[in-house]
Design a protein around this ligand. Structure first.
Ligand code: ZN
Length: 108
């Protein structure tokens, strides 16, 4: 009688944290948090790579949009949005990359 020793199969590990996995075959993550964190990290890396190809103008337009969106409630007065440009610039707003605006002239 001969004994053949099969190589011991390596215990699978979590794709996110590297902990050893137990349970069903084909399991990839230790728990649902690891799965969510892994997928979140992948999405974040893809977004980061995608942003590298955007011209700076697109990024500034996104920054401008975020600023206006964030302060929208604060800006909204009557039928329009009002804030002095110097205030917006303090938050990082760049008026050279504003895609649309209604300008109201104040006569003194
Ligand atoms: Zn994990």
């Amino acid at each position: 009688m001969t004994l053949t020793l099969e190589p011991k199969q390596e215990q699978p590990t979590c794709n996110y944290c590297g902990k050893q996995l137990h349970g069903r075959v084909g399991k990839k993550y230790y728990n649902v948090d690891c799965k969510n964190n892994f997928n979140s990290r992948i999405r974040s890396e893809l977004r980061s790579k995608e942003n590298e190809f955007f011209p700076k103008a697109f990024n500034q337009i996104k920054v401008n949009y975020r600023i206006l969106h964030t302060y929208r409630e604060k800006l909204e007065v009557g039928n329009g949005l009002y804030m002095e440009m110097k205030e917006l610039v303090k938050f990082g707003f760049d008026p050279d990359f504003c895609t649309n605006a209604y300008l109201s002239l104040i006569h003194i």
